[in-house]
Design a protein. Structure first.
Length: 237
C-alpha cells in the first residue's frame, strides 16, 4: 500500500534546499499573520477554534523568544491549546488526508524520524525560508496528531521564523494544498516563505497605511498568484 510519508521523505532528501534565497530578521509587519488566520476561524458568537490557535501561537512566540529548540514535547504543548485537550499523543494508526487520497504510514521508527526532522529546523547551512517551509511540510506529512495538523504546521513554521525575529503579516499563501510527492511544490513553498518575508518588510516601511490595509500589487511581491490560489482552494487548517 502506498505510503505518502515515505514519498515525502524521499522528496525531502532530493530537494536542493540550500538553493533557496535566504532572509534575515528582524522583520515585523503591522499585523500578525497567524493571529489573522486565527480570526478567520471565528464565527459570529463563537470563537473557540480561533481561541485555540491564538493561545497556541502566544505560547509558541514565547518559546521562540526564549530561544528554545523545537522538539515534539514543544509541539505537543502547543497542540493541546489548539485542540483544547489535556493530552494529544503521537498518532497510533496510519493517517489519511485529502479525502483519503494520501496515506501516511506508521512504524516504530516514525516518532524518532519526526524528532530528527524537527531538530533539522535549527540546522545551520540551510536558508531560513527553506528550513521553515521544510518543517511545515514535515508536520503536514508526518501528520503526528489525530486532528489539527495544518495548524500545528503553521505554528511550527511561525516559531522557526519568530526565533530569528521574523513575524509574517500574511500566511494565507502558505496554506494552499500541498502534496507529499511534489518536489517542485516543496521548493515553491520555500520561495513563497521568502517572498512573504520580503513583502512583510516592504509593507512595514510604507508610510501612512493602516493595519490590515492591502498594499498595491507592486508591493505584494511574487506570491500574489499563490494568494489567489488560497481563495480558490481554501485553507488547510
Amino acid at each position: 500500500m502506498r505510503d505518502d510519508l515515505q514519498a515525502w521523505l524521499r522528496v525531502r532528501q532530493a530537494v536542493n534546499w540550500a538553493g533557496v534565497q535566504d532572509v534575515t530578521g528582524p522583520i515585523h509587519g503591522r499585523r500578525d499573520g497567524i493571529l489573522t488566520a486565527a480570526a478567520l476561524r471565528d464565527k459570529p458568537g463563537e470563537t473557540a477554534r480561533g481561541d485555540g490557535l491564538r493561545a497556541a501561537w502566544q505560547r509558541a512566540r514565547t518559546d521562540a523568544t526564549a530561544g528554545k529548540a523545537l522538539d515534539f514535547r514543544l509541539l505537543h504543548e502547543w497542540q493541546k491549546h489548539v485542540l483544547g485537550l489535556p493530552e494529544v499523543p503521537f498518532r497510533t494508526l496510519p493517517a489519511f488526508a485529502k479525502e483519503g487520497r494520501e496515506r501516511y504510514g506508521l512504524s516504530a521508527e516514525t516518532p524518532l524520524l519526526f524528532d530528527v526532522c524537527l531538530a533539522d529546523s535549527g540546522a545551520s547551512g540551510v536558508p531560513l525560508a527553506a528550513r521553515a517551509a521544510r518543517l511545515y511540510l514535515d508536520v503536514c506529512f508526518f501528520h503526528p496528531f489525530h486532528d489539527g495538523n495544518g495548524r500545528a504546521a503553521l505554528l511550527a513554521l511561525g516559531f522557526v521564523l519568530a526565533r530569528e525575529r521574523i513575524l509574517l503579516d500574511e500566511v494565507g499563501p502558505i496554506q494552499i494544498r500541498r502534496y507529499a510527492d511534489d518536489p517542485v511544490g516543496a521548493v515553491s513553498l520555500a520561495r513563497i516563505v521568502h517572498a512573504l518575508a520580503v513583502a512583510t518588510q516592504q509593507r512595514g516601511q510604507l508610510p501612512g497605511r493602516h493595519p490590515g490595509e492591502r498594499p498595491p500589487p507592486a508591493v505584494r511581491g511574487p506570491y500574489v498568484h499563490a494568494e489567489a490560489a488560497v481563495s480558490a482552494q481554501g485553507e488547510e487548517l
